[in-house]
Design a protein. Structure first.
Length: 611
């Protein structure tokens, strides 16, 4: 059947039926009736909807109060339509896709999947009943009546990506090797625009986003290029390509990031913004010359998947109480410590989201501004024009701020201005690179800040790491050995007797023990077993899916202030903090292993320095 181009927007609207809601009720009321949400969840979503101009269903999903499928079922009842949770991609007729531009499919969240030519009926999946008037254009494209079935938005976009990807197969650079000669400047420009190279780079980015990778590493070797993705904090190889294509691939990435393709001797930094599978993905690109050629690292930031609230990032109830008390203070410094990639920035953003109200003036200076927060003024560091952390911080003091967030304290000047700001009635949030919370105090002194200033301004320090969550689909229960338990601070005898086995028991806000939960979400009695990673299709064989944080929160007491003034060693400060109730990173990790969130191997991996 010959394809017809989609009519221009707004054409033939007079012949179309008006979309109606036979149920008459709002989606929130229907979801409460279905048991998908409670009244409190609806109230929170309505506030978010008002502030961010979202739909209620989208806000509920983003807040994790219900799933896409719950919203889909609610919409189906509201509009008296049928719904379906998923379908095998093999059941979709490929020839139907050839007649529909992918831009139309994605913008309208619609996917035709079956055509009954005898009855002239086109079966269509759609995510948004309010776009049925636009979707009705498909009846003219395929010359058939439409039968629309609702499907969750995330599922529709996933299917769109899969079926359109089948049309554009991955380029095999090995077959194209003979087409490239010496890497002179003319060839460089020509090959950068070559379609196979473009598809190859696009496939790297698309596949990395699909598997939720945080980084793509394009590494030149002696004879070939190795591409590795970092997923849940661990690198794994995904592709290899002939060395002859290195210049073409690097040039293509540079063009996308707005970098100078002729400059190969100096490191460069750039940025790429793309919409992938309906999600806004921000990519930071860094190049550096190595012995075997230029190397590229692309960091992916999926803005739609970031949870900017303290409850969602794995902070335990006792730590959460301490942090909330600190960030609601009128002045002082709260430092988050840890290595690169440990989630420090996400913690600070979550803290700002917690206290962000119209009566507070909040300013941030960052390098770079990773996520834009409504109601907060964010400044990007620009080293070329001397807009540094210190310069931005100094300027902020003339803007009457209540809360200041500094991306990182790197030098004495920034540290001293931050301390002066805290002493003059401002709350300052920042990060510093140290291995644990106590070392953050001595690190400031090492920078050249006077110990009495550090002691008088610091109110709390939080150290953190990220551990991989054990996959809920394949986690295996097992009985750990006494040596394994003892190594992470779990009492083996209490563990086997079913008592609470940690030296520093974790209590919730009511003073009760935090319940044990299997990876599947089922509540458990006190454990006589733990879980370990196995590997399945859902987790791509790794045994892990997603990450959560392990934390230690050091509240600066009077005793610790006196130790800071006399410039005590970090180990002495930590020993006193533990006596005062500090739960270390390893303690927090051990608890998360017991409640089924992660494994002992992960806890040992990220807290090895405490051994």
């Amino acid at each position: 059947m010959a394809a017809k181009p989609p009519p221009p927007p707004g054409a033939a609207k007079a012949q179309k039926a008006v979309v109606s809601r036979p149920d008459g009720r709002r989606i929130g009321e229907i979801l409460i009736e279905l048991g998908a949400i409670g009244p409190d969840a609806l109230s929170e979503a309505l506030q978010i909807q008002h502030l961010e101009d979202d739909r209620v269903g989208e806000a509920l999903v983003r807040l994790k109060h219900c799933s896409d499928w719950d919203v889909c079922q609610g919409l189906a009842r509201q509009f008296a339509m049928t719904c379906r949770e998923s379908i095998d991609v093999k059941d979709i007729e490929d020839e139907l896709i050839e007649q529909l531009p992918i831009q139309f499919a994605k913008s309208n969240s619609v996917l035709p999947w079956k055509l009954d030519e005898d009855e002239c009926v086109l079966e269509v999946f759609a995510a948004d009943p309010l776009k049925l008037l636009d979707i009705d254009d498909l009846s003219q494209v395929y010359d058939a009546d439409l039968n629309v079935t609702l499907m969750p938005r995330s599922t529709v976009h996933e299917l769109i990506n899969k079926v359109y990807a089948k049309r554009t197969k991955d380029v095999d650079l090995e077959r194209k090797e003979e087409e490239f000669g010496e890497e002179d400047e003319d060839i460089l420009h020509a090959s950068a625009e070559d379609a196979p190279i473009i598809r190859f780079v696009n496939s790297l980015i698309f596949n990395a986003s699909k598997e939720k990778a945080s980084d793509i590493h394009i590494e030149p070797g002696d004879k070939e290029i190795v591409v590795r993705n970092r997923v849940d904090g661990v690198l794994h190889e995904v592709k290899r390509a002939p060395k002859a294509h290195l210049a073409s691939i690097i040039a293509r990435v540079k063009i996308m990031a707005g970098l100078n393709i002729a400059e190969k001797r100096l490191p460069q930094d750039g940025r790429i913004r793309r919409k992938i599978a309906g999600k806004e993905v921000d990519m930071r690109v860094a190049t550096v010359p190595t012995a075997h050629g230029e190397r590229v690292t692309i960091r992916l930031l999926d803005k739609s998947s970031v949870l900017l609230n303290l409850e969602s990032i794995g902070i335990a109830p006792d730590h959460l109480r301490s942090i909330k008390e600190v960030i609601h203070r009128p002045h002082g410094i709260f430092l988050v410590t840890g290595p690169t990639g440990s989630g420090k920035t996400t913690t600070l953003y979550s803290a700002l989201s917690e206290i962000n109200t119209p009566d507070l003036n909040i300013l941030t200076v960052e390098d770079p501004v990773e996520f834009q927060l409504k109601g907060i003024s964010q400044v990007q560091v620009q080293k070329k024009i001397n807009l540094t952390f210190a310069a931005g911080l100094r300027s902020f003091l003339r803007h009457d701020p209540d809360v200041i967030m500094v991306g990182e304290i790197r030098d004495q000047e920034t540290a001293e201005i931050a301390i002066q700001a805290s002493l003059t009635g401002h709350l300052v949030l920042s990060t510093i690179h140290t291995n644990d919370s106590a070392t953050g105090i001595t690190r400031l002194v090492d920078m050249g800040v006077q110990p009495f200033l550090v002691a008088s301004s610091l109110v709390a320090l939080q150290a953190q790491r990220l551990v991989r969550r054990v996959c809920a689909h394949c986690a295996e229960a097992y009985v750990p050995s006494p040596a394994e338990l003892d190594e992470v601070g779990i009492d083996p005898d209490k563990f086997m007797d079913g008592e609470y086995p940690l030296k520093a028991p974790l209590l919730d806000e009511h003073g009760d023990f935090v319940p044990f939960v299997a990876p599947s979400g089922r509540r458990l009695p006190p454990p006589r077993h733990l879980f370990r990673a196995a590997g399945c299709n859902h987790c791509h064989g790794s045994g892990y899916s997603g990450r959560t944080g392990v934390y230690e929160v050091l509240t600066v007491s009077e005793e610790i202030r006196r130790m800071a003034i006399r410039n005590a060693d970090a180990s002495e400060i930590k020993a006193v903090a533990i006596k005062e109730g500090l739960r270390t990173l390893r303690d927090d990790g051990a608890h998360k292993a017991m409640i089924g969130m992660t494994t002992l191997e992960e806890v040992m991996r990220v807290t090895a320095e405490e051994a």
